[in-house]
Design a protein around this ligand. Structure first.
Ligand code: ATP
Length: 262
């Protein structure tokens, strides 16, 4: 997935400017930045929910504009930031929606077994017959993750776009979600995820794109991008980055004295 000099403007207000990104399959990109930096807007452009005002986005070397939605749905899956569903669908029905691009009127046995497999994978098979609106926020998020996986499960060189995939999840499920994202990446998928927790980004991403006020502030490996200086400038928080002997990655700790009490 390649983004070349993309700008996105709404009512004369530039939300994104000069965005460049080249994400390959077999790579996990984390998009980080303060609230309002433009992360979700970029994810919407990557998923074709929005169209750039100028610049170009290509997917597998073809202009994203030239894909129809079904074709795109068979190659990439999106977990959006907001997934409000109040209708009385069961968990199974929601996850089966991930298979819609692959069947006409009736799901095949294969579709149904992929759905079960993804429900197992995300640890929610016991919710299969529950009504979706009765689940907690974190549980609903796991259902949406299972739907996203079900959509992409048999796609070769597919892309998974995750906008805050762990929002509402407890610590264990956050870890499991990032492990799963890495597992998918190792299977040959491309993964691009908006990540708020910089320690998760540091631990799990291959590459990081840091946005500030709609522009790229830094891009590169976690160690290159997640420096104390960059974090201070992009988030307004001083941090200490420590290197414990018993972890293979550094740990970012906010300096309490630098955070203003609201
Ligand atoms: N349709 C719109 N019209 C005007 N402003 C918009 C529109 N959509 C988004 N914005 C603004 O663009 C900026 C970027 O929004 P975006 O949702 O991409 O931020 P974000 O980095 O994902 O933030 P968060 O971390 O809070 O989810 C915000 O200031 C938002 O208010």
């Amino acid at each position: 997935m390649e983004v070349e000099n993309v700008h996105f403007v709404v009512k004369n207000k530039p939300l994104l400017q000069e965005i460049n990104l080249k994400a390959k399959t077999g790579e996990l990109w984390a998009i980080v930045g303060a609230n309002g930096a433009g992360k979700s807007t970029l994810m919407k452009l990557l998923s074709k929910e929005l169209v750039p005002t100028s610049g170009k986005i290509s997917f597998h070397e073809k202009d994203l504009k030239k894909y129809n939605l079904k074709e795109l749905a068979q190659k990439r899956a999106v977990l959006a930031q907001q997934n409000v569903i109040t209708l009385s669908f069961t968990v199974h029905e929601i996850v089966l929606m991930g298979r819609y691009p692959f069947y006409e009127s009736k799901p095949s046995q294969r579709d149904l077994s992929i759905v079960d497999h993804c429900l197992h994978k995300v640890g929610i098979i016991h919710f299969k017959d529950r009504m979706y609106p009765t689940l907690s926020g974190g549980e609903q998020q796991r259902v949406q993750l299972a739907r996203t996986l079900a959509q992409i499960w048999e796609v070769r060189e597919g892309f998974i776009l995750l906008d805050e995939p762990t929002s509402g999840m407890d610590l264990l499920h956050q870890y499991e979600t990032f492990q799963l994202a890495r597992e998918m990446m190792q299977k040959g998928y491309g993964v691009i995820a908006v990540v708020h927790d910089l320690n998760f980004a540091l631990q799990y991403a291959d590459r990081i794109l840091m946005l500030k006020k709609g522009k790229i502030f830094a891009s590169g490996t976690p160690n290159e991008v997640l420096t104390g200086k960059n974090i201070k400038e992009a988030f307004g928080v001083s941090v200490r980055i420590i290197h414990p002997d018993d972890t293979p990655f550094p740990v970012i700790i906010p300096e309490a004295s630098s955070v203003a009490v609201i």
